[in-house]
Unconditional design. Structure first.
Length: 487
């Protein structure tokens, strides 16, 4: 276990130089205070979790202090936002403080979000507000606990610094951890500004540090692109299987490592709704829940375009062709497991689609349905669950197919079925209204709800005593929250 001053830095991205990022010092927050910290994220840096409570912790992650070896830098990138190319993006309000490696030899980027203005801030103030910082913190750690690859969050630091959005709010910082902060948009930036040498340098950096196995392949860049396609297909399959809606899948928000990245107006589905749009400024529904699948491919195509100086168009097209079949295979595998099935049959896809259509028509709670389905034998569970469906006859017909399907594979004991299903079907999910309750309390200075919610979501599959209120359907007001993009 390490103290805060014992972190070891090795700032590999900073060493790429000024063409890739700009040195900027964090602008400190007034009266920094700890809102919440993640013990699990602290462990990634070998940090003793008790250091979160020390004043120096809030000073470091509130922008007042820096380690001597830290090299805070704003990264430059561009990207496609809502389908149009924006040549001028970059870290407008976040800084890569440096890379820390742990005892296991893993490097972690320390990125401080809300750290003040940079050359890429355009008209922005460089700040993040408390509510969006809490949402990013809770989501990163909750996704990780669900087994969905994500950037991580070490802590949120609150402050008395006023920040103007639709109204006056308070500034906060979130310390984000990721193995790399390189986005699709980094490659687009060097491609569209016609800097092939620097683009090659970036590709080498990525290959050496994050895709070393691809070096062994006859065409290392192509092998790396193929792996990026594979990772994204798997990531988006997990989002769809667990009802996660990212909300702003612009290419500057897509991680080159295939992890969930850059949280805005994201949401987990409450009622199942394939057409759900969590971002209320997304009028066309470009990033609606079901559109995330084709948008994943669209974004990979934008990356492929940027890689044309290195890889032939035919090879890129072939690699892109892997996306959809891989996505479908991962998705079906996860959904089978959510249904408690351990074998594969040709009609399973139809069984899933039919269920989702019924859920859609009746507004059935997506998370609780699967959890309840695993509480008891298939026959008993469907009898109890049919009350949630308006179309009872439709559900009964599905239930007959499901029971027969379960019977054909020999279901084991009820105990085995429950354990198997509860291990993949969470009881607790980051519902928008739960986050909102925690934020409302935090905005009045009470951080206990954020901390409790974080704790509950860190073990989403385990029933926790006294936490029943976190495993309920949302109240009516909680279903219609509009999450602002101005975070
Ligand atoms: P996002 O929508 O958070 O992915 O941000 C898109 C771009 O706007 C990125 O270049 C951000 O760094 C920048 N940005 C977002 N909010 C702010 C802000 N408050 N101040 C400066 N830049 C910002
Ligand atoms: Mg972004």
């Amino acid at each position: 276990m390490k103290a805060l001053d014992e972190l070891t830095f090795d700032n590999r991205f900073a060493r790429l130089g000024d063409a890739f990022s700009t040195h900027v010092l964090p602008e400190p927050l007034d009266e920094p205070r700890l809102v919440v910290a993640s013990d699990a994220a602290m462990a990634l840096l070998d940090l003793d979790p008790t250091v979160a409570e020390t004043p120096v912790f809030a000073e470091l992650f509130g922008g007042h202090k820096l380690w001597a070896e830290a090299e805070p830098r704003a990264m430059v990138y561009s990207g496609h936002q809502f389908g149009s190319y924006n040549p001028q993006l970059g870290d407008g309000r976040g800084l890569l403080l440096g890379e820390v490696y742990n005892a296991a030899g893993e490097h972690w980027d320390l990125h401080l979000k809300g750290a003040g203005q940079t050359p890429y801030s355009r008209m922005g103030d460089g700040r993040a507000v408390l509510r969006s910082s809490i949402r990013e913190f809770l989501a990163s750690e909750a996704l990780h606990a669900l087994g969905i690859p994500s950037s991580r969050a070490l802590c949120v630091i609150g402050s008395s610094t006023p920040v103007w959005r639709e109204k006056q709010e308070r500034g906060a910082m979130v310390l984000r951890l990721a193995r790399s902060h390189i986005r699709f948009g980094h490659f687009e930036y060097f491609y569209y500004t016609k800097k092939p040498e620097q683009q090659a340098e970036l590709a080498e950096h990525l290959l050496n540090l994050h895709y070393p196995d691809c070096r062994e392949q006859p065409e290392p860049y192509l092998a790396m692109f193929r792996e990026i396609v594979e990772r994204n297909a798997e990531l988006i399959a997990k989002w769809q299987a667990y009802g996660f809606c990212h909300g702003v899948m612009n290419t500057d928000n897509m991680s080159i490592l295939g992890i969930t990245f850059d949280f805005g107006p994201f949401a987990f589905l409450d009622d199942f709704d394939a057409h759900f749009i969590c971002n209320h400024s997304d009028h066309e529904g470009r990033y609606s829940f079901s559109n995330q699948v084709p948008i994943g491919q669209w974004n990979l195509s934008a990356l492929a375009q940027a890689l044309t100086p290195f890889i032939s168009v035919d090879a890129l097209k072939e690699a892109l062709g892997l996306y959809l079949p891989l996505y479908q295979a991962h998705y079906l595998d996860l959904m089978r497991r959510r249904l408690g099935l351990t074998t594969a049959e040709d009609d399973d896809q139809k069984l899933v689609e039919r269920l989702l259509k019924l859920m859609q028509n009746s507004g059935v709670d997506y998370t609780l349905f699967f959890r309840r389905l695993g509480d008891e034998s298939a026959a008993l569970a469907v009898t109890r669950l049919r009350d949630d469906f308006v179309d009872r006859a439709g559900f009964d017909a599905w239930a007959e197919l499901y029971k027969a399907r379960v019977e054909r594979e020999g279901d084991g004991t009820e105990e085995q079925r429950r354990a198997r299903m509860h291990a993949v079907n969470p009881l607790y999910i980051l519902r928008n209204y739960l986050a909102q309750n925690a934020i409302t309390a935090a905005e009045s200075g009470d951080y206990s709800e954020v901390r409790r919610l974080h704790e509950v979501l860190s073990k989403p599959f385990e029933e926790q005593a006294g936490m029943e209120q976190y495993a309920q359907r949302p109240p009516d007001w909680g279903k219609h929250l509009e999450i602002s993009c101005s975070s």
